[in-house]
Design a protein around this ligand. Sequence first.
Ligand code: ADQ
Length: 462
Amino acid sequence: MSRLIVISNRVSAGGGAQGGLAVALNAALKEMGGIWFGWSGEVTEEFTGQIQFERREGITTATIDLEEQDIDEYYNGYANRTLWPLFHYRIDLAEYERDYAGGYQRANERFADSVRPLIEPDDVVWIQDYHLFPLGAELRKRGVRNRIGFFLHIPWPPRRLLVTLPEASKLVSSLLECDVIGFHTHEWLQSFCEYACDELGGTLDDDGILRIGDRTVKLVACPIGIEAKEFAEMARGDAATETFERVTRSLVGRTLIVGVDRLDYSKGLEERFLGYERFLIENPEERMEVVLMQIAPPSRGAVDSYQRIRNTLEGVAGRINGAHAALDWVPIRYVNQSYPREVLAGVYRASRIGLVTPLRDGMNLVAKEYVAAQDPEDPGVLILSRFAGAAEQMTEALLINPHSAEEMADAIGRALRMPREERIRRWRALMDGLLAQDVLWWRRCFTDALAKAPAPAPTPAS
Ligand code: ADQ
């Protein structure tokens, strides 16, 4: 069997608290053998391409250090100041700087130079996410003829937005050097096709094969799942139960609504707070019966827009608490911390409502974790944004438009009053979906498509 070479911006192998993606990729590497390659997260004064190998729990990782300029221009710059906002439909926040584009290209070339010697003729290569759009093409330039797959974890923006990116056509063309490109949803796949067909002259056949010039690329919609069974078991374990009991005691009979997100403008936290406030205003009799706990650890603090959203949220949460709190009740518990997965599972289980309302999200794993953690006999209700990739699968959630405070307030009221039979019926359908399309299903869906992809592309003449 072919070995797997996973390449992502950061590497998250071995034990410890891990998200679903790390679990899936670790399992794939254990099964197929291979290497997980990426940036170590460390800074070096001068880039040498020296690789640090480590073996953790049966998985080999290979990491490189990057220069400060790479981190500024590639990671904080092009990846997080240009691509992330644009791909989440926020062209108002996207910064188009040639230095960022140059640094991004340079870092991708450095990745390619470093990982190239590790790739053997029968290996399959699986590149992860928007940090590494040019990497497939850079590997081809270095003579890699292996099958190369690419999976995008974030949305693909509509063509009309993507054309605002000066390097759009170059980036998409380099991505087409991969043999398989995966997306979470049909919507993101269609947006990609729209650009590739309308701007670059491609054609798509009924089997999802995109043809452009001499390139043949398989496109797949392959929604990521979580380790659903294990997460459900964890939610009933000792650590989660301790959290569940602690949180439940603190509520003194009130009903908990939970939000858990990285502190990011794409997650719609301000709109969520305002929708919740609307509920408080419109439902004075139920007001003091609920508490919203928002857990949001800061992320990407080096990027200004993240500092701004943090300040904005502190202001909005403070204003709402100031305006509505009573001597013995605070409407929003706003917590800027990261917690182990067991603790999150306990909090989810203690919450009657999971409020997952991003303005735009590739998938959103919190929606899935919330459902998996529920008590099957007395489950809570998931309120989910229509604009999360997860909404394509999780149609039994209460789907809302997160920009509408009215829809959010109505959905909170409906969820609080929902009879137990309806909660169970909706939860069962959602949970069956999570079990059928879990994270191992996702991984197989992609690696099977890669194994079946048309013969690897010829090396372009240089
Ligand atoms: P993210 O934008 O990070 O991922 P998400 O899918 O919700 O978003 O995953 C977040 C993960 O971080 C979850 O596993 C969650 O439990 C964890 N987490 C969040 N807050 C936490 C806290 N306070 N403490 C500890 N853990 C916390 C990107 C895309 C998503 C896509 C995933 C996977 O933006 O759309 O679903 O990749 O493809």
